[in-house]
Design a protein. Sequence first.
Length: 210
Amino acid sequence: MVGGPPRADAVAMTNVLARAGRDTAYLTLGLLTSVLAFGVWVAGVTASLTLAVFIVGLPIILITAIAFRWTVELDRRNVALVRDSSLSARYRDHRGQRFVARLRSTLTDGQTWKDLAWLVTHSVVGFGFGVAAVTLVATVLGAAALPAWYWAIPDGIDFGLWTVDTLPEAAATALLAIPAGLVTIGLLRAMAAGESALAAVLLGGGQDES
């Protein structure tokens, strides 16, 4: 059918760009939650280890576990950007338990320790991937739009091997955004897939069907 392949190519390209947009959103949100994760796990672990020797410090352990759950829930929901749905996890049911029994259940709950493992890992991996994603996308978009703003830099833009200070040079340099964009899309996909796969392992095996 005449015109079929071009339309198919256009649809495929639209899907690729849409996927890249979701990957970028996921990694950018991951950058934000990684900062939160770092603060929560450092504060929680420090307070728990410091005060656990005192009776008054024991409730801090439960509060820390709750803080872990609230924080990782953000990442469970964010995973829906790059997977079929958000993640869910099963924790031990503490309802009706007295304080000591609840504390014991919390400390022996495997998911609570997975939450901590995710927070520690995500505070490093999520931050690194997030910074890389924002930098790559900003660089590609900036290069693509170079003819529109190159003139704003009085002495030209130094790219190392060449300096852009004329419109033809800016237009020629902007063409490099095409291969750079393709590489960026691939890197975004790899980072988003890797981070979401790790989230699936640590933040629960089931899918949230709600």
